[in-house]
Design a protein around this ligand. Structure first.
Ligand code: NAD
Length: 356
């Protein structure tokens, strides 16, 4: 597939893809810049032991595209970008992050990085030593720290909007909710759901994270292989993408899908439609998981105010209800409705910018 990179860039409308290599620090990174109409491309850096370079390229392309729509629908003046580092997260270290920081710096602010899967505020601190184009740096350095609590809060309020649509009431008390992946976001989400009185099931493949969560909260652990057998009201994918697919959709026993993972639908059009046919409400991932982006965007703007960020994250509730309305009126999937609204904002602003 690597011989098809330009074909994919054309198909997904990417502006630029940068391949970064440094044998000394064993760095292999791909920075994908999807669209900078609204502003610099902001998106996290993911570290993952990809099966192949092709998988890494595809992940970077899909994730960066999602960031464009996420920023646009959230009313932010940011474009979409994302980076992936190919390698075992257990082997990450200062030299790798600082060398990577130099590559980010070479883009002169066209790409701003942040945390993602397997990267932390401490890693951002190393990157910050080589470039100022990084957000989510620790609070003691003047940053806003881990964005995950805001992502989780956005998912929580978005989930309430889904409940309002599906059951006419946004109270999650007593609802059976499966949180798949209790990492940075999943654990904070579990906290909100427990506070609300939900019956929470968790599943994960990481023993430490399972223990942390079951020690802290009154939740029921389900083996990953058994997840689809659980009778649940809400499924919250908070691990990796593509878990909503032809295999899982017929088996899922839920009425709502609302979670933090990016690219939840394996194939947007096919699986979005299948969910409608099954009567399952789907909260578009790039809309419901935008809380962390709203937070790091505020940090990057130079005028950070936690209360204002919290209020901005709460806007996810109404945005989700708007998407459901449009989806119903136009008979399109919720993902299509969200993309339509995001694309319209990008086109409108491109027009504004094109004028004197
Ligand atoms: P994380 O790495 O901290 O947590 C992911 C968790 O999922 C881990 O505990 C991992 O063990 C678990 N997991 C992996 N594969 C699994 C499987 N097959 N079954 C069950 N569990 C599995 O990542 P995170 O920061 O919590 O992000 C979670 C998801 O949300 C990712 O898709 C990420 O891109 C997305 N997201 C995160 C943020 C953020 O602010 N951190 C913002 C937007 C979107």
């Amino acid at each position: 597939m690597s011989n098809k990179v330009f074909e994919l860039m054309k198909e997904m409308e990417h502006e630029q893809v940068v391949f970064c290599h440094d044998p000394n620090s064993n760095l292999k990174a791909i920075i994908a810049i999807h669209n900078t109409t609204l502003g610099p491309a902001l998106g996290g850096t993911r570290m993952w032991n990809y099966n192949s370079d092709d998988d890494a390229v595809l992940d970077a392309l899909r994730l960066s595209r999602g960031m464009t729509y996420k920023a646009a629908i959230s009313g932010l003046n940011l474009g979409g970008g994302k980076a992936v580092i190919i390698g075992d997260p257990a082997l990450k270290g200062e030299a790798l992050w600082r060398r990577y920081g130099k590559f980010v710096d070479s883009l002169n602010g066209k790409y701003i990085t942040a945390e993602d899967v397997n990267t932390s505020a401490a890693d951002m601190e190393f990157i910050y030593q080589e470039t100022k184009h990084v957000t989510g740096i620790p609070e003691y350095m003047g940053g806003s720290g881990d964005p995950s609590p805001f992502t989780a809060y956005g998912v929580f309020v978005g989930m309430k909007a889904c409940a309002h649509k599906q059951w006419g009431n946004d109270n999650l008390s007593g609802k059976k909710i499966m949180v798949q992946g209790v990492g940075h976001v999943g654990q904070y989400l579990v906290g909100h759901l427990i506070d609300e009185g939900a019956k929470v099931y968790i599943t994960d493949i990481n023993k430490d994270r399972i223990k942390e969560t079951t020690d802290k909260y009154n939740v029921e652990f389900v083996e990953p292989a058994d997840m689809l057998n659980v009778d649940m009201d809400i499924y919250a994918p908070c691990a990796l993408g593509a878990t909503v697919n032809s295999d899982s959709i017929p088996k899922l026993k839920c009425a709502v899908i609302a979670g933090a993972a990016n690219n939840q639908l394996a194939e947007e059009k096919v699986h979005g439609r299948q969910l409608i046919e099954r009567g399952i409400i789907y909260a578009p991932d790039f809309l419901i998981n935008a809380g962390g982006l709203v937070n790091v965007a505020a940090e990057a703007s130079g005028s950070y105010n936690r209360e204002k960020v919290t209020k901005d994250v709460e806007k996810i509730y109404d945005r989700i209800l708007d998407i459901f309305d449009l989806s119903g009126k136009e008979n399109i999937t919720t993902q299509e409705a969200a993309m339509r609204i995001a694309q319209k904002r990008i086109d409108d602003i491109a027009n504004v910018k094109a004028r004197l």
